[in-house]
Ligand binder design. Sequence first.
Ligand code: SF4
Length: 187
Amino acid sequence: MNLLDLREQCLSCQKCSLAKSRTNVVFGEGNPDSVVMFVGEGPGRYEDETGKPFVGRSGKLLDNLMGAVGIKREEVYIANIVKCRPPQNRDPLPEEQDICIGWLQKQLEIIKPEILVCLGRVSAMRIIDPDFKVTRQHGDFFEKDGFIIMGTFHPSALLRNPGNKIPALSDFKKLAEKVAELKENRG
Ligand code: SF4
C-alpha cells in the first residue's frame, strides 16, 4: 500500500468515538521520503478545521523552531498519535490511542523515517516509555524498534510556558546535528 491509498482509507475511519465529533481527519503531511517524522498527540481546533497537522500558533512555533536550525517543514513529515480531535482538546484516551496507533504504524512502515521526534508528553509516553518525563528527558536520544527517537516539548506547552523555548531550541539543535550525522554516515 502507498501513502495516498492509506490516507484515503484513514479519511473515512470510524474505528473510535472521536469520529463522531471531528470535522476533518488529520492524517499527517510532509515529505514521504523524510529522514525525520514529528509525532504530536492529536489535532487541535485549527487542525480539525483544516485537516492539516500543526497549524495555528503552535504550528507557527514549530516552524520557527525548525527554521532556527535549518530544517524546513516541507523536508519532514508531521503526524499525530490520534488522527481526530479529542473534544475540548483533552488528551487522547489510552483506548483511542490503542485503536488509532495502527494508522501511524502503517505511516512508519511506508515512510521509513530514521528519526522520530515526539512532540509532548502523550506522544513520548506512547512511543518512548510510559514513564517518560519531558522536563527531565527532553533532548535525549533513545533507540527503539529500529528508530532513533527524541522527545521534546509540545509547541502548545511552549506557548503556555515560554521559558521552555530555550531548552526546546537546544533539542532542535541536537536534532539537526543528528540528521547531519546520519547524512554524513550515508556518504
Ligand atoms: S481517531 Fe483514529 S481510530 Fe479514531 S476515528 Fe479518527 S482515525 Fe479512526
